[in-house]
Design a protein around this ligand. Structure first.
Ligand code: NI
Length: 389
């Protein structure tokens, strides 16, 4: 009887969460514009009596579920923003916002964490401490985590957990690892300044296109010749622009690219090498190179203890748990992990096109299971922290 009742309750919760998920999916909003999304979240949370903290955030919010207020504090975080992608899934609940789409599964993340919040709310009195639930804005632009941290709301948090949907993992599977799960993502721009001239008289100028070609080729040696073979790194020139016609040697060339690393020392080494190589090569041709460096989020860094507990809770809740290898994409969850221990977890959402693709989708069957997992994880982390105190 009890089992049947529980099953019914869970079925109802699943239906409710799927409805919410479709609503989020239909109304995607870009980074820092998540006003409607925040309003919907606010309404859903307050409807079940979950307290929303009063913070100076334009979008996004932090809710709190507190059992033993003298106990430890844990945070679970999801992101809520969408991407400037025109959806092509053809789903009946396809995006209604022209040119915007939840193409990274953040609608799934919000729904899962909302479901976890519902479940934690039901067990609020039994909780060994406090759970702070972060609905973070602006993950895609890499500034949302900082906005949340600047409010000071996480100063008492002892461990933080986050998730990402993963089309490479089947539904019913989660994956995590100790150490980095995602990379530090940096961007660079490089100007090669030569001397423009008539295409018939290259000897009168300094051709920045020839210099740029040498630079692009030489930059590829950074990973192969300067980084330990057991470490990882990536240097890609992804954008070149120079000249605008066939009979003029231009004055300059513009190069842009990205660098991905997992270790802090590698992250420091690469820009120094890019500068040395580009300036050195340019000088050898009589040209000049100017590097501009735009740091993005660092690599995520899962604490061994919490990655292990996350895997253990996964097994207890019926997940197949995989040891993940790092991915060189970025995730601004890393900013939290610079300040506090925690773990980032990949959640299998079933075969689909890649993240950010106009046909990206998730399998709704992953929602309820993940919500139950994150509520249990928060509870278990509180118990583990309580034992440590
Ligand atoms: Ni994402």
């Amino acid at each position: 009887m009890e089992n049947e009742r529980l099953l019914k309750v869970m079925q109802r919760l699943e239906e409710e969460l799927i409805t919410v998920y479709r609503k989020f999916h239909q109304l995607p909003e870009l980074s820092n514009e998540e006003f409607q999304t925040t309003k919907t979240l606010r309404e859903l949370l307050t409807a079940v009596g979950i307290r929303i903290l009063d913070l100076p955030l334009a979008t996004g919010l932090v809710a709190e579920i507190a059992g033993d207020t003298k106990g430890p504090v844990v945070a679970i975080r999801c992101d809520i923003d969408a991407l400037p992608v025109q959806e092509e899934t053809g789903l009946p609940y396809q995006s209604l916002n022209q040119g915007k789409m939840h193409a990274c599964g953040h609608d799934f993340h919000m729904t899962v964490i909302l479901g976890a919040a519902y479940l934690l709310r039901q067990r609020e009195r039994a909780l060994a401490g406090t759970v702070k639930i972060i609905f973070q804005p602006a993950e895609e632009t890499g500034h949302g985590a900082e906005a949340i941290m600047q409010t000071g709301v996480l100063s008492d948090v002892q461990a933080i957990f986050g998730l990402h949907s993963q089309p490479h993992l089947p539904v019913g599977t989660i994956g995590t690892c100790t150490g980095p799960l995602t990379a530090a993502v940096d961007r660079f721009e490089l100007d090669i300044i030569g001397v423009g001239t008539h295409a018939a008289e290259p000897d009168k100028g300094i051709d920045p296109i020839v210099v740029a070609a040498h630079v692009v080729t030489a930059l590829q040696t950074i990973v192969s010749r300067n980084i330990n073979a057991f470490d990882q790194g990536l240097v890609s020139v992804t954008h070149i622009k120079s000249g605008n016609t066939w009979n003029v040697i231009p004055q300059s060339a513009f190069l842009e690219g990205t660098v991905r690393t997992l270790k802090a020392e590698t992250r420091k080494l690469i820009p120094a090498k890019i500068k040395q190589i580009s300036e050195g090569i340019a000088a050898s041709f009589g040209a000049r190179a100017e590097l501009r460096w735009y740091p993005g989020p660092p690599a995520t860094n899962n604490t061994a203890k919490w990655a292990k507990l996350a895997a253990q809770v996964g097994e207890e809740t019926g997940y197949e748990v995989r040891e993940e290898i790092p991915w060189l994409g970025g995730e601004d969850f890393a900013y939290y992990q610079e300040k506090m221990p925690g773990a980032f977890i990949n959640v299998g959402t079933g075969q689909s096109y890649a993240h950010h693709h106009p046909k990206f989708s998730i399998d709704e069957a992953a929602i309820l299971h993940s919500a139950r997992y994150f509520s249990r994880l928060a509870e278990q982390v509180l118990l583990a922290l309580e034992k440590d105190i």
